[in-house]
Design a protein around this ligand. Structure first.
Ligand SMILES: [Mn+2]
Length: 331
């Protein structure tokens, strides 16, 4: 991303990267958070930013509002041990920075910090962003939140060391679908991060390479239960599968790859993975080509995201969730 392609969201509290840097420079201490069940973009953005702040002498901590046991992604990127459990996150930070988070509820157990912090800064790229912070740097055209963090770090004059480079690269690689999206600007940033020590081969093996043996059978069961509905989404088609609560608990970090497997069979249609998070409580991941706009569909169902990748959480039976999804895709 560069100045010519940035489309910063306006509105009260809107800042550009230089403005975000000024907010950070004036903070006495900073709590950096991302959305619940952080992916590599949320985790990488938060860890890169907090690491740079610490290097510059500003006390900074990272935490996520759930689940208690952090995903492997966070553990892989947190080389300096700056991530603390939500219960140990500072109660009254001077500044709260929310990375890759489109809405207040996506902060989970840490949403109360929005009220307790002296000020807050959201750095995000979701088209569905809702202005919940006192300041925001939001570019819906940016391929990943890490690209915005990179620009803020440049404004701060922060150097990119290997820990920061790894964190930023992880988010960039993941959110661009392995550089499928984001164009030459994403690739240029990727090259810069490799020069700074990101080491993609080692990093990507750590991020995705190892899975428990039992996952083979569990994955086979999930995929064998997949269903195709060619008439759904106004004829574009829908491929969906279900991860039950038992499998979701046991293979939490592994299940995220399933929706990609579904999408590969969906043609120009939509893939949906319904994950049971508790009795009659569901987390639904949607993937597609951008038409229909899944951000719109997910937002209407209480979630959010991007045109080609979105999600929502909802309570009800499996069939009720599917009915709501079919209706949303037909609208
Ligand atoms: Mn993201």
């Amino acid at each position: 991303m560069n100045e010519t392609t940035a489309q910063l969201l306006p509105g009260p509290g809107a800042v550009d990267p230089a403005g975000a840097a000024a907010v950070l420079r004036h903070a006495r201490d900073v709590l950096v958070v991302g959305h619940v069940r952080p992916d590599a973009d949320a985790a990488g953005s938060a860890i890169a930013l907090a690491t740079a702040l610490r290097r510059a002498g500003t006390p900074a901590t990272v935490a996520f509002g759930g689940p208690d046991q952090v995903p492997d992604t966070v553990a892989v990127l947190d080389r300096d041990g700056i991530v603390v459990p939500a219960a140990e996150a500072p109660a009254d930070p001077d500044l709260l920075v929310c990375c890759d988070t489109s809405a207040r509820r996506r902060l989970g157990d840490l949403s109360d910090r929005l009220d307790r912090a002296r000020s807050s800064l959201a750095i995000d790229h979701h088209a569905s962003f809702t202005g919940f912070a006192t300041h925001h740097l939001v570019d819906p055209v940016a391929p990943a939140t890490v690209t915005l963090v990179r620009r803020v770090l440049a404004e701060l004059g922060a150097g990119i060391d290997p820990v920061i480079a790894r964190a930023l690269f992880a988010g960039l690689y993941t959110d661009t679908g392995g550089f499928r999206w984001g164009g030459a600007d994403a690739m240029r940033l990727g090259a810069e991060l490799v020069d700074a020590g990101a080491e993609p081969r080692e990093l990507l093996r750590e991020l995705s390479g190892t899975r428990p043996f039992g996952w083979l059978a569990a994955q086979a069961t999930v995929l064998a239960g997949a269903r195709s509905e060619p008439d759904a989404a106004c004829g574009a088609g829908l491929v969906w599968a279900v991860v039950d609560a038992c499998t979701a608990t046991r293979y939490r970090d592994e299940t995220v790859t399933i929706v990609g497997e579904l999408l590969a069979t969906a043609g120009d249609g939509v893939a949906a993975l319904l994950t049971e998070t508790a009795a009659d409580a569901w987390s639904v991941s949607l993937r597609g080509t951008g038409a229909p706009d899944l951000s719109r569909v997910a937002t209407a169902l209480g979630g959010g995201g991007h045109p080609a990748a979105a999600g929502f959480e909802r309570t009800g039976t499996r069939d009720e969730i599917l009915a709501a999804l079919r209706a949303g895709l037909a609208a």
